[in-house]
Structures are given as C-alpha cells and as structure tokens.
Design a protein around this ligand. Structure first.
Ligand code: NHR
Ligand code: GAR
Length: 219
C-alpha cells in the first residue's frame, strides 16, 4: 500500500482554499496528508483553520528579513526539515526568489485567479471586469521563477454577466477554486501529474492545453 504524500500549504490570508483541501483530505486520507501550514501574515485566518484541525503551523514574518533571499532561505529550511512531497500555494502573496522556485521545481503548485496567460499578478477580477471580458476563471500551474508563467495544469471558467461586481465575480471563482485545487492535489498524489521539460504531463502524456474542470467532473 502506497503511503500518502506529505504536503505543505503556504497561505497569507483567509485560507478558504486550505479549508477545501482539509475537507477533501478527510475523504481521501490515503492520498495525502497536510504536514504543515505556513503563513507570512500573523493574522491569517487560515492559521486558525489549520489549528482547529491540529495541523502544525508556522508563522514566518517576512518583514523581519532584510531581503527576499533571506526570507526564502528560512522558508526553505522550514520545509526541508520535513519530508514534503508537494508545496501548495493557496493565496500566498509573496513573490518567491529564483533560488527557492528552482529548489522545489516540479514540486510546487499555485492557484491563480485568472485564465492565464491573461492577468498575471494582482487585482485580476477587477481587470477582467474593466476589460469587458465575458469570461473569467482560475488556473492551477506549476511554479517557476517567472511569476504566474509556469505550465498550467487545469483551468476552470466562469461567465461574467453585466450584473457582476468584483465581489460577485470573486465569489464565483472561489467556488470553482474549492473544487479544482483538491482535485489537482489528488492527481499529483496519485502520480498522475508530472513536471518535465518545462511542461505538464498528465498520465504520461504532455498536456498541450490545460485540463478544463468541467470536462473532468460532472457538476
Ligand atoms: N513566485 C514565483 N517565483 N513564481 C510564481 O508563479 C509565484 C510566486 C509567488 C507567488 C502567487 C501569485 C498569484 O497567484 C505566486 C506565484 C503575489 C504577488 C505579488 O505581487 C504576485 C503574484 C502572486 C503572489 N506580491 C507582492 C510582493 O511584493 C506583495 C503583495 C502583497 O503583500 O499584498 O511579493 O497571483
Ligand atoms: C484565491 O482566490 C487565490 O486564487 C488568490 O487568493 C485567493 C486566496 O483565497 N491568489 C492570489 O491572488 C495569489 N496572488 P483563500 O485565502 O480564501 O484561499
């Protein structure tokens, strides 16, 4: 029997994606275990979510470091003390150095609230609305040194209606995120997902385009 993989989840805020990952883990304990939750913000509500589930937490205050490099070194040491198979960025708001991303290349994923390559960076919902887009969504990708530009694994789309506000759009995307992220973690845990030659491989085949959430689950 295969052992569950060990994951570390990095957060900066509310941690609703972390909660979805925790809830899914309880249904699939044979696939993965959440070994550690790290936040760079002391008041991140996700820390409380983790503590409620007796998951070990660490708060690493980035403002106490004099460079991104030294913060990332401490982050790396904290993770390397444990046997971590996958790092999951779930609303983690610090750009990571090339050294850090190289160290965990192929073992770190991020969820980004846009249909990449559209809208890398911040304020994605507002930018999609201002552009008059008719659809928006999320992308889950392997993390590489270049921000929000690693190979995409899965996307989920949501329609934008004329009534949508930044808040309503964000909520729609969140709902899809909570379905999508646990699924991708499960794929990785089951050995279905690999990062090779700067591409995403799914079941031994290069993904020429991202998986679409609605093709892989029936809602
Ligand atoms: N690091 C690398 N190297 N590559 C990626 O793809 C990364 C990454 C770090 C975080 C998440 C990302 C997102 O999904 C992510 C992907 C923070 C910022 C940012 O500008 C941008 C993108 C993402 C996360 N952060 C500011 C900074 O100076 C701080 C902003 C704040 O604290 O509110 O680091 O969008
Ligand atoms: C999520 O919507 C995620 O896509 C986004 O932050 C939110 C975190 O929510 N990520 C980024 O914007 C990364 N720059 P959560 O804390 O409730 O999971």
């Amino acid at each position: 029997m295969k052992q569950p993989i060990q994951i570390a989840v990095l957060i900066s805020g509310s941690g609703s994606n972390l909660q979805a990952i925790i809830d899914h883990q309880k249904q699939h304990p044979q696939d993965y275990e959440i070994a550690l939750v790290i936040s760079n913000k002391a008041n991140a509500y996700g820390l409380i979510r983790a503590q409620n589930e007796h998951i070990p937490t660490k708060f690493i205050d980035h403002t106490l470091f004099d460079s991104r490099e030294s913060f990332d070194q401490t982050l790396q040491q904290t993770i390397d003390k444990r046997q971590i198979d996958l790092i999951v960025l779930a609303g983690f708001m610090r750009i990571l150095t090339p050294q850090f991303t190289q160290h965990f290349l192929g073992k770190m994923i991020n969820i980004h609230p846009s249909l990449l390559p559209k809208y890398t960076g911040l304020n994605t919902h507002q930018r999609a609305l201002e552009a008059g887009d008719t659809e928006h969504g999320l992308s889950i990708h392997f993390v590489t040194p270049e921000l929000d530009s690693g190979p995409v694994i899965l996307q989920a789309k949501v329609p934008i209606t004329p009534q949508d506000t930044e808040k309503s759009l964000k909520e729609k995307v969140h709902q899809q995120e909570h379905l999508a992220y646990p699924l991708v973690i499960e794929w990785f845990a089951q050995g279905k997902l690999e990062f090779k030659d700067h591409q995403t491989w799914f079941e031994q085949t290069v993904l020429s385009k991202p998986q679409q959430l609605h093709d892989v689950i029936s809602l």
